[in-house]
Design a protein around this ligand. Sequence first.
Ligand code: CIR
Length: 256
Amino acid sequence: MFTRAVVRPPGKSFDGGLTSAEMGKPDFDVAVEQHEAYCRVLEECGLRLTRLAADDRYPDSTFVEDTAILTRRGAVICRPGAVSRLGETEEIARVLRLDFTRIYTIHEPGTVDGGDICEAGDHFFIGVSNRTNENGATQLARFLAELGYTSTLIEIRGLSNILHLKSGIAYLDDSRIVIIDELKDRKEFSGYDLIHVNAEEAYAANCLPVNDRVLIAAGYPGLQRRLRDLDYDTIVLDMSEFQKMDGGLSCLSLRF
Ligand code: CIR
């Protein structure tokens, strides 16, 4: 069960962030409203939020997930793969030190974006992407091993349609993984119960289990129906402005 989360609303510079989506500029006011709705839902799921102030120096800083990996046994401060995001970890590290006693840090030349890390019980999938390099992935695997977790590296550099591993998979529970077509035949996922998301709904693969609910982006009825049929209690959230900046539901919080 999660009891806490760290969030940060988008700042005025939000539309200057990195993106590959050709969906137009995000509307700042709508983004702030969508973020607030997201925060309310996390609270409804029982989480107490640490709300950081918006930080205009870092346009992508609302995507706090990329700055750290939080586990029950300790935290790892990331070293984001985009130069413009490197400074985001400073304040996150300060905040996490208040709650975590075991904290590791990814060091140069390693890079790790939290969006590439998918926790699946006591196992972690680590995406090696254009943001998370092999050096960073290997450092992280070592830290996780010291914390008593196993991990597997998943190569995703050949996939042009996802930024991070978690853009394409979400671990629900009971060995169940929501997964896009491009990843469903990877041997690393062969022991799991896979819920395929078709190409038109690929964005929805980044859904987010929070305690006994599953948050899902609005506009993806196929996945929503599948989850409901499997008895998941879903909450639908409009994510349009974050999607324009390549962000999804998981990116907007650090849960623990
Ligand atoms: C970036 O390119 O870094 C941001 N515009 C989006 C980050 C999304 N984060 C995530 O998927 N965990």
